[in-house]
Design a protein around this ligand. Structure first.
Ligand code: TXA
Ligand code: MG
Length: 320
């Protein structure tokens, strides 16, 4: 069994796992999180692998200090300062402009990053001892309920996580409230553990932008990032679609016909899905900026993380 009481010693052990690129489940005041080093793309890829998600969702980075906040996000905004002062540490997640250092797989290609400073002592120590922001979604398997005990985590994720820190029942029991602060305004993305009314005392009425607020334009939602040029699969593209166009290519493993492309990227020369997932969004950015007019992509094997990679590429291919 991989459940360990959240003692000082075990939290230090867990921090060692995070530092070496492994996965640790840990309590927060809201729900248990499945954590990895948020600055290490391959460690973050393991999160998606363990959750068996068919898609990539952007993840929340859990931090402990304002230095860490400034490392990963742009927070110099009066309202952001006020919200932080009033509600952190606590069940409020802020979506802010991301900084370069945040790997693309954490934000699923978004230019924003979700950040939260948890109030739970075990979570705080784990971040302190790891010395890095910890990327963590709720520690449930895809399609299952969010876990509020270490046992829930063990039942859903079993041995896929190296260590589960047991800090008893979580106090809040539902996920954090998420708001996005951008030049366009302040938006509620997910109601959660911090009542909206509390937030509105500081911000005034929030605009609503939850998952289904714009059902007809998923491409417009920030978490449905796609490249700005068309993407087609090698085995589906027609002559007509590529005639006379500058092309870039995204291979899974080995490139072919190298001369035809202005830029070629290989998701994983070693054929490893974890590495491929870690590279996906960063490579899409490079291909989009290559001067090509169309990206041709090879389909990854449709298993494990390959399913999420394929899903993302399929969304991109339907965009234009
Ligand atoms: O209470 C919580 O927030 C828990 C604990 C572990 O901290 N975490 C959690 O994470 O609920 P998760 O991954 O299950 O849900 C995070 C939500 C997702 O729906 C994701 O789409 C959204 O946050 N999100 C993350 N980054 C985003 C971004 N840059 N823009 C918009 N939405 C974002
Ligand atoms: Mg979740």
């Amino acid at each position: 069994m991989n459940i360990y009481k959240a003692t000082e010693e075990n939290i230090r052990k867990a921090a060692g796992i995070i530092k070496s690129g492994g996965l640790v489940a840990f309590p927060t005041e809201t729900v248990y999180g499945l954590g990895a080093n948020g600055l290490n793309p391959e460690a973050v890829a393991k999160i998606f692998e363990a959750k068996q998600r068919p898609t990539f969702n952007p993840l929340i980075l859990h931090i402990r200090s304002f230095d860490q906040l400034n490392l990963i996000a742009n927070s110099d905004d009066l309202i952001v300062e006020k919200l932080i002062k009033k509600f952190w540490p606590g069940p409020l997640t802020l979506v802010l402009k991301k900084k370069e250092i945040v790997p693309e797989i954490v934000t699923a290609g978004n230019l924003t990053v979700a950040v939260r400073m948890p109030a739970n002592e075990t979570a705080q120590k784990l971040i302190d001892y790891s010395g890095v922001p910890i990327a963590a979604p709720s520690a449930n398997a895809f399609g299952f309920l969010s876990p509020t005990t270490a046992r829930h985590v063990a039942n859903q994720l079993g041995e896929k996580v190296e260590m589960i820190l047991d800090g008893g029942n979580t106090e809040v029991g539902i996920e954090s409230t998420i708001i996005e602060i951008s030049d366009e305004g302040i938006f509620l993305l997910r109601p959660g553990g911090l009542p909206v009314e509390e937030i509105e005392k500081l911000t005034g009425k929030l605009n609503i932008k939850t998952g289904d607020a714009k059902p007809n334009s998923p491409g417009q939602l920030p978490f449905h990032y796609s490249p700005k040029i068309p993407l087609r699969f090698f085995d589906e593209v027609t002559e007509e679609e590529i005639r006379g166009k500058k092309k870039a290519a995204l291979f899974f493993r080995e490139p072919e016909n190298e001369k035809e492309y202005v830029l070629i990227k290989c998701l994983s020369p070693e054929g490893k899905l974890r590495q491929a997932a870690a590279n996906l969004f960063a490579y899409l950015y490079e291909l989009e900026a290559s001067g090509a007019e169309i990206i041709l992509a090879e389909k990854p094997p449709s298993e494990g993380l390959g399913i999420a990679i394929l899903d993302r590429l399929q969304r991109a291919s339907k965009r234009y």
